[in-house]
Design a protein around this ligand. Structure first.
Ligand SMILES: [Zn+2]
Length: 545
């Protein structure tokens, strides 16, 4: 009780001291998509003074910050950052989940009731997200005077940082930045102007070459290896030419090659500068918020893997992009007037073929989803008989297995739960599955292991599968021996940077147990803003002055 009273008092104290500090003009949230924490250490000697190192020198670096949910992918990761909640509360359990009654996949930010603004097509919104985010609480607190602007190369990243009541949300769609009618009916003039400038197209034909001397990359894998992905005319060795598959003219493939190069981050940085100037962010006598999520590191990492020369080069170039953006912010707002957060939405697993090439007996590899599906169907057929017509399994994705309702009805299986727990028990014995649980087991289990706890935090009734599984470490789904992936409940996918810098924060290295779920509550306490509705994370009070 005394302990509780004490915590209550310290929280109240935080709110009073923090709100007495009105000097924060701009909250800047920077997400480097698919950035392992260890990149900062591994590539550290090649980073400049004014990018990552500006934040490391002036901020609190939580060196042991990991996500604590199972499905470590882009949608769920971004949804954690500024809501302080996991998918079990906020509903964003995966990039895509399966609707068993409609028998179709649902994209985490899809919304059939809204349209794109600035281009044609179905819009995006946070309608599948439950709760509030830091930006919502900031706007409520300031009578909506505070502006909250969220931008990214990817729609789901921009939408899932912005909350439910932002002033502007923009993401890239081919040659332009777009929004949706959930947020606005027309693009602001400055976005129209940026689109009309055709800046996105100006990188056509550019060449991405190594920014450092060859010797700097000596701890990376070879440049030319067969397990790297070759997409959109980029090849798998340096120099990579950014044209798309057709080198004579701009096609949709060009936009993918741009996003798979550091130039995609360059474009977003320039758009972010325009946002600061046009919206006068941090220059209006109220605390504003800008969220920027750079996606190219993720798209590069998927193609070439975390031990590729490409990934190291992309991180070093990302560092220079951050340095340029910070110099700009210093002129416009003053770095001392900003509170910065830098984090990521997830990490990435090593490419299994890279590990096996260097050490053939290591336990790593890929399992095709088809063979997983065949195994599951076999178990159910042996138990309940051969189904006439459709298969037992309707869909597998995001470590969720969804049953075909009509097959179970036709075959008169008494309860789905019973079949699900039989399948989960059997699947747990199947290589390379580490653990499998039925939905009712997940709801009722006390969760004793780290993987069980993480699976519970990624479980949402009606969206998660009838059976949920995790693969063994260093295993992934897939049939092509190419590229890298993330999405499992292991540290290589979960351990990311968490750096907070600015007024009220004591700089230093903090080896404490921390998580990106703590970002929103910490900023709330630091700035005297109400916590997001479903808050799960803690206030990183050890870093407060
Ligand atoms: Zn990814």
């Amino acid at each position: 009780m005394i302990h509780r009273l004490f915590s209550l008092c310290s929280i109240l104290l935080l709110f009073t001291t923090a709100s007495a500090n009105p000097s924060t003009k701009l909250i800047v949230v920077i997400v480097v998509d698919q950035c392992r924490y260890e990149y900062i250490e591994r590539f550290g000697s090649h980073l400049g003074k004014n990018g990552f190192n500006y934040l490391l020198k002036n901020g609190a670096n939580f060196t042991n910050a990991s996500f604590k949910h199972a499905n470590t992918s882009t949608g769920p990761g971004h949804a954690v950052l500024l809501s302080g909640t996991y998918g079990n509360v906020n509903g964003i359990i995966a990039n895509d989940w399966y609707d068993v009654s409609k028998r179709q996949w649902v994209y985490c930010v899809e919304d059939k009731t809204v349209h794109l603004v600035g281009s044609a097509g179905e819009g995006r919104s946070p309608r599948n997200f439950t709760g509030s985010m830091l930006g919502d609480e900031l706007r409520l607190k300031t009578g909506f005077h505070a502006k909250v602007v969220s931008i990214s190369n990817k729609d789901r990243a921009a939408v899932l940082m912005a909350g439910t009541m932002p002033s502007g949300v923009f993401w890239m769609k081919d040659s332009v930045f777009v929004s949706s009618t959930y947020y606005m009916n027309d693009l602001p003039e400055w976005v129209k102007k940026f689109n009309q400038s055709r800046y996105v197209d100006s990188f056509f034909g550019r060449v991405w070459d190594k920014v450092l001397p060859d010797s700097a990359y000596r701890h990376m894998d070879d440049d030319d290896v067969p397990y790297e992905g070759e997409y959109d005319g980029m090849g798998r060795t340096f120099p990579h030419r950014i044209t798309g598959r057709d080198s004579t003219k701009i096609t949709p493939s060009y936009y993918w090659s741009l996003a798979r190069s550091p130039f995609g981050a360059e474009v977003l940085k320039e758009f972010a500068k325009q946002a600061v100037d046009a919206e006068q962010l941090g220059q209006r006598g109220v605390t504003d918020m800008l969220c920027v999520s750079f996606s190219p590191t993720d798209i590069i990492g998927h193609a070439y893997g975390p031990h590729s020369i490409e990934t190291m080069d992309a991180v070093v170039r990302m560092d220079a992009i951050l340095a340029d953006f910070f110099a700009f912010l210093d002129k416009r707002v003053g770095l001392g007037n900003c509170v910065f957060v830098l984090s990521s939405d997830h990490g990435i697993a090593p490419i299994p073929e890279y590990m096996k090439r260097r050490y053939p007996s290591v336990d790593a590899g890929r399992i095709p989803v088809d063979s997983l599906k065949r195994y599951c169907s076999g178990v159910l057929t042996r138990r309940f008989g051969e189904p006439a017509g459709e298969d037992w399994i309707d869909a597998i994705g995001g470590n969720n297995i969804y049953f075909n309702r009509s097959t179970f009805k036709n075959m008169k299986v008494p309860t789905l739960e019973w079949a699900a727990s039989e399948l989960a028990d059997s699947l747990s014995q199947f290589y390379p599955i580490a653990a499998a649980y039925s939905s009712s087991q997940i709801i009722s289990m006390p969760a004793t292991t780290p993987v069980e706890k993480k699976i519970k935090r990624s479980f949402y009734r009606g969206r998660s599968g009838d059976v949920v599984y995790a693969l063994k470490p260093y295993w992934r789904e897939g049939d092509k021996p190419q590229g890298a992936a993330h999405g499992e409940p292991y540290e290589y996918d979960a351990h990311v940077p968490l750096i907070i810098a600015g007024g009220g924060i004591r700089p230093g290295r903090y080896p404490n147990e921390a998580s990106p779920v703590d970002i929103a509550p910490t900023l709330s306490a630091l700035l005297g803003i109400e916590f997001p509705a479903g808050r799960d994370g803690r206030v990183l009070i050890e870093a407060f002055k």
